[in-house]
Design a protein around this ligand. Structure first.
Ligand code: FE2
Length: 323
């Protein structure tokens, strides 16, 4: 069946919800070969998510190896996008521990970066939301610490580059108690509506978020089905997925939504948009593979006609607990 014969409103292609990562480690990176080798490439992105930098487990060295590997490609990326969970955890860590993690992240990045970088925040980058009563009065409580560390004004934004429009979302919303859920608050959703309205329906749009807007691999997180039900909580996939999808239905130029968070690789085609979750730089938080997915990053090629190609790249990191 050609793309032209597939309804734009087709539901999750039951067989076509392609979880690229399935059984064997080698299959985690097995994605569809490009169908458009002669098109003009506009941009090559290295997408690095769920880095979970920490003083332990040689994470600094692993982060460095990842940057070296991506930028050492014969066909180099033009830009690096980080995808959130840049540090191991700030949700329940004290200020000194959070600072130590950001210091490692930035020291390695600044020493090794050769191309521009754009950052996206993850849930683990938010300080104190797992222990609000302890940390809420601190000046850098919440997202302030991460924004300061990354020299960002806001956790969400958009920009244009190489003929594409890029939208970076902030997935992490507070709960009334401790913890978080995945959704855009009303201010951010209105900003997204306005931003898309300004872009119109022609320029191809790339959306970057930490938590998936729509995901297949979220079903494989933990021992999900052991309870006797499939269960995907709001912390795993955007609770406002339906509202965002409805908005995207008005913009055929929204092409691809790239996320992390689950540490697995998938690809869901829904209503003409590709939602793809990418594996983690740290895989199992620097302790080895996470299910079938190894430590890796993604190369994402964007073309001038609005098409794109993704490839998950492992960089050969093995867990090293002793350093
Ligand atoms: Fe993560």
């Amino acid at each position: 069946m050609t793309d032209a014969l597939i309804s734009r409103r087709s539901i999750l292609q039951s067989a076509g919800v392609v979880a690229a990562a399935t059984v064997l480690p080698s299959r985690a990176s097995a994605e569809i070969e490009p169908q458009f080798p002669r098109k003009k490439r506009a941009l090559r992105i290295a997408h690095m998510t769920d880095i979970h930098v920490q003083p332990e487990r040689s994470a600094a060295l692993g982060w460095e190896r990842c940057l070296e590997h991506a930028q050492g490609q014969r066909d180099k990326p033009d830009i690096i996008f980080t995808g959130g969970d840049l540090i191991m955890d700030a949700l329940v860590a004290d200020e000194a521990r959070v600072k130590a993690q950001w210091d490692i992240f930035n020291r390695v990045l600044k020493r090794n970066i050769e191309v521009p970088v754009e950052h996206c925040l993850g849930n683990h980058d938010v300080w104190g939301w797992g222990a609000r009563s302890t940390f809420r009065s601190a000046s850098r409580f919440g997202k302030v610490f991460a924004l300061d560390a990354l020299e960002l004004e806001k956790p969400y934004r958009s920009f244009d580059r190489a003929g594409w429009h890029f939208i970076v979302l902030d997935s992490t919303a507070p709960l009334s108690g401790n913890g978080y859920t995945a959704k855009l608050d009303s201010v951010q959703f209105e900003w997204l509506q306005d931003d898309l309205a300004k872009v119109g329906t022609k320029t191809p749009v790339f959306v970057l978020s930490h938590i998936p807007i729509l995901s297949a691999c979220a079903f494989y997180h933990g021992d999900n089905e052991k309870s006797g039900q499939w269960r995907v909580p709001g912390a795993w996939m955007h609770l406002d997925s339906r509202r965002i999808k409805d908005l995207f239905n008005r913009y055929p130029n929204v092409k691809v939504c790239v996320s992390g968070h689950i540490h697995l690789v998938d690809r869901v085609n829904y209503c003409g948009v590709t939602y793809t979750c990418r594996g983690a730089v740290s895989a199992g938080w620097w302790g080895g593979d996470f299910q079938e997915t190894k430590c890796g990053y993604s190369l994402i090629d964007l073309y001038n006609d609005g098409t794109f190609f993704t490839r998950y790249v492992t960089y050969g990191w093995k867990p090293c607990e002793s350093v």
